[in-house]
Structures are given as structure tokens and as C-alpha cells.
Ligand binder design. Structure first.
Ligand code: BTN
Length: 307
């Protein structure tokens, strides 16, 4: 990870590659300082500053760092997570060259999309992390609805518009002694992408905000609203007001009440009606024989749809 950050800084001429020994001797906090400097300068429009201008949050996005090209914003946020950086730091990139999606899939991140990661430090056991992901899904979905599109959540956290995926969330956490050290929540939104930005095999199943709303979307405004929604729902999480998150999730969900097919991590297929979600973020399925099953993880598809 340290090498990846050094490579990024060298590419941007933030640190010279003349003296390899000197570069390798840099400690993490010096690299963080360089990353902060780079992330405060990149982008001629100064994206970070513009988002912060009207941002009404207490701590999420108080520090925003923007990069024109990185491998993955989650990697940068994790590097900050390993330091003593406080929670709330937001990392945004114009493009990502090696972004990750869920289940080890690659995530295409060309210019025109919103690619960001938030570093948080919830003081809870790792089993609580799935509620943070649900809260993030709620925040994204509510944000997208502000531009007039009918966004819905597919369990656990894909955001769809009319059965096509428009946004995804990847939560990565580090824990020690049954406590989360930090969590990085990575959000990808296909904001102003066009169908030419997607590979052929995805074109029928994905969409962008621009295509759905038939207009160019103000990306900085979308990110600002999202950060405000995120702080609101993350605060509910910290106050252990889990029902607020779950009720909103149920309300925005496309999955609850639908007939679904789930492929579990070991390949087992479960079919039935999704009838609820519990505090662990597990989906409750009423199977065709009438029995109930709790699903912790898996790839879900609504019957008759690709997603
Ligand atoms: C999914 O598979 O649905 C999750 C996609 C998450 C993509 C975002 S883009 C910003 C952050 N950086 C990454 O490498 N991934 C996440």
C-alpha cells in the first residue's frame, strides 16, 4: 500500500524518484502530508472546495481530497485509515484505473462518474458493519431521488432505476480484538456517463443519472447532498437508532415483497419471497415450502430480471 501511494506521488512529481533510499525512508505521516497536498491541488475547478462551500455537515467531508486519477479511492482512504486521521475524510477521484466492486469484480470508473470513499471509525464489533452498508444505500438512494428519478435499493446495497444498476457500494473494514479500527465506504455513482462508457455486455443492465433524467447532472451538488444524508444516517447508527435506518431501507427497497433468487457464497440457490430485513442486515426469505430462511450474504436477483 505504501508503495502504491509513493508511485502515485512520483507520477505527480510530488516526490522525486532521484533518491530511492530517501523515498523509501519516508514514513506514513510524511506520505499522508504529500497526499493531502496533492489532493488539495488537483483539478482546475477545485472540486473539493466547491463541494465544501455549501456542505452542511458536522464532520463528514470537513476534509475532502480530490485526485484526477488513482487506482482506487478506497485504497487512499484505507491508507488514511491506517494513520491517526479522524473519521469523516472523503476521497474523490475523477477516474479510477483499478477500482473494485463487490465479489472481487472490477468496477469501471471513467470520467463522468462520481467515485468516492469515506473513512469512518465506528467503535463497534465487526458484525455491525453490514448496517453501515445499509445506511449508505439509504443515503445514496435518497440523494438520487432528489433529482426526480425513482431510485430503489436491491439487497444488500445496489441502487437501481427501473431494474438497471446506477450505483454500487463497497464497504471494506479493518478490525482488531472484535472492534472495528476503521471502515472505508466506497460509493460509485454513474452520474454523467453515457452508454458508450460501458462494456457491451453491461449495456442492457446499467444506466446513468444523466440518461434517466435527460439532462447533465450537477455532480458536486449530488456529492454534497449525499454527504449530508450519509452523516444523518451514520449518526443514527452511532446512536444505535437502528430502526430509523431499517425502516427507511424497507421503504426504499425494491427487494422486500418481491420474488427473488439468491446464489449463496457456496453456490446454494434459494428461491422465495423477500419478506423482511433484520438488525444484522440479513434478508428474511419465505421459501416456496412456506419455511423461513435468514440470508447473510449472496448475489440476489429479482425473478424475471437480470438484477
Ligand atoms: C459494487 O460492486 O456494486 C460496488 C462498487 C463500488 C465502486 C466504488 S467507486 C469508489 C470506490 N473505490 C473502489 O475501488 N470501489 C468503490
Amino acid at each position: 500500500m505504501k508503495q502504491e501511494m509513493i508511485d502515485l506521488l512520483k507520477k505527480k512529481n510530488k516526490i522525486s524518484d532521484k533518491d530511492a533510499d530517501e523515498v523509501l525512508a519516508l514514513d506514513e505521516s510524511e506520505i499522508i502530508d504529500f497526499l493531502k497536498e496533492l489532493g488539495s491541488q488537483e483539478s482546475s475547478e477545485n472540486t473539493a472546495k466547491k463541494i465544501k462551500e455549501n456542505l452542511k455537515t458536522d464532520y463528514i467531508g470537513k476534509n475532502i481530497y480530490f485526485y484526477d486519477e488513482v487506482k482506487s479511492t478506497n485504497n487512499i482512504a484505507k491508507f488514511f485509515g491506517e494513520s491517526d486521521e479522524e473519521e469523516g475524510v472523503v476521497i474523490i477521484a475523477d477516474t479510477q484505473t483499478k477500482a473494485r466492486g463487490r465479489s472481487g469484480k472490477a468496477w469501471k470508473s471513467p470520467k463522468g462518474g462520481s467515485w468516492l470513499s469515506i473513512l469512518i471509525r465506528p467503535n463497534v464489533p465487526p458484525t455491525h458493519a453490514s448496517l453501515i452498508t445499509l445506511a449508505t444505500g439509504v443515503a445514496v438512494c435518497k440523494t438520487l431521488r432528489t433529482i426526480g428519478v425513482n431510485a430503489q435499493i436491491k439487497w444488500p446495497n445496489d441502487i437501481l432505476i427501473k431494474d438497471k444498476k446506477v450505483s454500487g457500494i463497497l464497504t471494506e473494514a479493518k478490525a482488531s480484538f472484535n472492534n472495528l479500527d476503521y471502515v472505508v465506504v466506497g460509493i460509485g455513482i454513474d452520474t454523467n456517463l453515457t452508454m458508450n462508457d460501458f462494456p457491451e455486455e453491461l449495456k442492457d443492465n446499467v444506466t446513468s443519472l444523466k440518461d434517466e433524467a435527460n439532462r447533465e447532472i450537477k455532480e458536486k451538488k449530488i456529492i454534497r447532498i449525499f454527504l449530508e444524508e450519509f452523516e444523518k444516517f451514520y449518526n443514527y447508527f452511532k446512536e444505535e437508532d437502528y430502526e430509523k435506518i431499517l425502516n427507511e431501507w424497507r421503504h426504499l427497497s425494491k427487494t422486500i415483497g418481491s420474488e427473488v433468487i439468491i446464489r449463496q457464497p457456496l453456490g446454494k440457490i434459494i428461491e422465495g419471497y423477500a419478506i423482511g430485513i433484520n438488525r444484522e442486515g440479513s434478508l428474511i426469505i419465505e421459501k416456496n415450502d412456506g419455511s423461513l430462511e435468514k440470508i447473510f450474504a449472496g448475489e440476489l436477483r429479482h425473478k424475471g430480471n437480470v438484477y
